[in-house]
Ligand binder design. Structure first.
Ligand code: 3HC
Length: 322
């Protein structure tokens, strides 16, 4: 009797379909095409996107607070109009992003609850106080500048609704960055006291702006997977370096000193070397121990609770008329 090879284990029809769907997904990612809401996607991809998009949306909404604090104290009608437009833009960004998360099956109210209960994060940068009007300019220049570095590549993110939302967000962030730089330029041409205010704000916001890009690549658990899926396009350290390279000449033109004695141009690479970042501070702020974390969340909680009746009335009206 001749020996026969053992039969290959049968693949169930469901497994075969799943494998085919996975292959289609992989081919779409490899071809740098977009995944759209109705396409099949691995559960991990969906979860990662919801995590990142929700964190991004929360950052935009919480990010209205530090600058919103200055709306009633803007030094002129012109500055007030500019600041109001900017803060409203941030609200719009949050709305596009929550909509993008909804296309993945997330529920907006549930995401807000998770933020308020500390189960989802928002950017560390918005946990620092805005002490003078120069902070408004420095947030525009440094924080929105960092946001642009981080978010322009996201216009090529593999998930269609996120990438498309980023196009408008980045155009508006570009305006935010310019208005900040223009405000600082005006102050730097003003009195000695105004120049000192700008320098003080730069001293306080420089290092937290570098932390916005996230932990170093060696300590970034999500980067490799997110980059393989095309959700993120560059690593945290690469984007941080781009930001430093872009910003140092702007600081020189403005006439401020960046608070880093180790900052120097590496002639071999044409890139700026910079000093060590205090990663313990980033960890503290992310874990809720930053200077303003409690205040930011308390205000967001109050906004949700105080305005619940509007949502209820709008929902009841929509149901009645559907
Ligand atoms: N603040 C708070 N949490 C941060 C953080 C920061 N600056 N940097 C990283 N983290 C968190 C991550 O969310 C992750 O937490 P989780 O796994 O529990 O969700 C953890 O720290 C480890 O970091 P990773 O590098 O592994 O995480 P990611 O791969 O997600 O990278 C990111 C972090 C670079 C912020 C990335 O999520 C990203 O590019 N997000 C999109 C942009 C965004 O959210 N920007 C926030 C600022 S929005 C803004 O600036 C508004 C504008 O108006 C100024």
């Amino acid at each position: 009797m001749t020996a026969t090879a053992p039969a290959a284990p049968a693949v169930s029809p469901a497994d075969a379909v799943e494998r085919q769907l996975q292959e289609q997904f992989d081919a779409t990612i490899a071809a740098q095409h977009r995944i759209e809401p109705r396409d099949w996607m691995p559960e991990g991809y969906r979860r990662t996107l919801i995590r990142q998009i929700a964190q991004h949306a929360h950052s935009e909404i919480i990010g209205m607070q530090p600058e919103g604090d200055w709306l009633l104290a803007a030094p002129s009608l012109r500055r007030k109009a500019i600041l109001l437009a900017k803060v409203q833009d941030e609200a719009g960004h949050g709305m596009y992003l929550y909509s993008a998360a909804e296309t993945l099956g997330a529920d907006r109210a549930d995401l807000t609850d998770k933020l308020i209960e500390g189960r989802q994060k928002y950017s560390s940068i918005f946990n620092y106080p805005t002490l003078t009007y120069a902070d408004v300019g420095v947030i525009g220049w440094l924080v929105d500048g960092a946001a642009i570095c981080n978010q322009v590549p996201l216009c090529r993110s593999s998930y269609g609704p996120y990438a498309r939302a980023m196009i408008r967000v980045c155009k508006e962030e570009s305006f935010h960055q310019r208005q900040g730089y223009e405000l600082l330029m005006t102050m730097m041409h003003g009195t000695g006291e105004q120049r000192a205010m700008v320098q003080d704000a730069v001293d306080r916001w420089w290092w937290p702006s570098l932390m916005m890009f996230g932990p170093p690549d060696t300590d970034s658990p999500n980067s490799a997977r997110s980059m393989a899926w095309g959700i993120k396009r560059h690593s945290n350290d690469e984007l941080r370096q781009r930001f430093v390279d872009m910003t140092v000449p702007q600081a020189e033109f403005l006439g401020v000193t960046l608070p880093d004695p180790d900052l120097s141009l590496d002639p071999a690479t044409g890139r700026y070397r910079f000093g060590p970042i205090d990663w313990e501070e980033l960890k503290r702020v992310i874990s809720g121990q930053g200077p303003c974390n409690a205040e930011r969340i308390a205000r967001r909680r109050a906004a949700r609770d105080d305005n619940a009746w509007v949502t209820e009335a709008a929902t009841a009206y929509a149901e009645k008329n559907s």
